[in-house]
Design a protein. Structure first.
Lengths: 111, 116
């Protein structure tokens, strides 16, 4: 089955810096890669996603890149703000099926 | 609130008791997923439904766990003879699976289960 690895487990940056979180997946049939943000005690919320027919997607300060050959994808957050502090999870899925999540990255943005 | 809702939000029970959780998906969402999340980990898939049909169950879902979605709307997850290892956050997610729809799974707030 699918296995998703995520690094780093914790990431501390200064406000205004960029943050990069990386994930690798094992199942070459996976074709959907979402990123969720989870604040303490709250539900996971989708922040951006990408399908395997696209190499990069951007939404304001957030971008995701996908390398199908290497089976890895990354989340890039630019101009970080304190409200970006949260746990971020990557995930992979085949089509409409279950999401397989990474272990999460705790991002701390210091003012 | 038209998002996914779950009840109860918190449940404390003694080992050996049975518990049942409810999930109400976003209206018209035909796919419903259950995940379990323990502290410091990502959500782990348990099972999912397409309308009322249960299409996949994880090996994590032992015989003590059962899930239903009898009318293709809300779903229940029951855990029989709870064990301390069942303590976790149980998350429900839903999505619309139809041509032209997005792949987004929308999560509920979860039910936090504590087994004493």
């Amino acid at each position: 089955g699918e296995n998703v690895e995520q690094h780093p487990s914790t990431l501390s940056v200064q406000e205004g810096d960029s943050a990069v979180i990386k994930c690798t997946y094992s199942d070459s049939a996976s074709n959907y890669f979402p990123w969720y943000k989870q604040e303490l005690g709250k539900r996971p919320q989708l922040i951006i996603d990408i399908r395997s027919n696209v190499g990069e997607k951007k939404d304001q300060r957030i971008a995701v890149t996908l390398n199908k050959t290497a089976k890895h994808f990354s989340l890039h957050i630019t101009e970080t703000q304190p409200e970006d502090s949260a746990v971020y999870f990557c995930a992979a899925a085949r089509g409409f099926q279950k999401l397989v999540f990474g272990t999460g990255t705790r991002l701390l943005v210091s003012p | 609130d038209t998002g996914v809702s779950q009840n109860p939000r918190h449940k404390i029970t003694k080992r050996g008791q049975n518990v049942t959780f409810r999930c109400d998906p976003i209206s018209e969402h035909n796919r419903l997923y259950w995940y379990r999340q323990t502290l410091g980990q990502g959500p782990e898939f348990l099972t999912y439904f397409q309308n009322e049909a249960q299409l996949e169950k994880s090996r994590l879902l032992s015989d003590r766990f059962s899930a239903e979605r009898p009318k293709g709307s809300f779903s229940t997850l029951e855990i029989q003879r709870t064990e301390q290892g069942d303590s976790a956050m149980y998350l429900c997610a839903s999505r619309l699976s139809r041509q032209g729809s997005t792949d987004t799974q929308y999560f509920g707030p979860g039910t936090r289960l504590t087994v004493l």
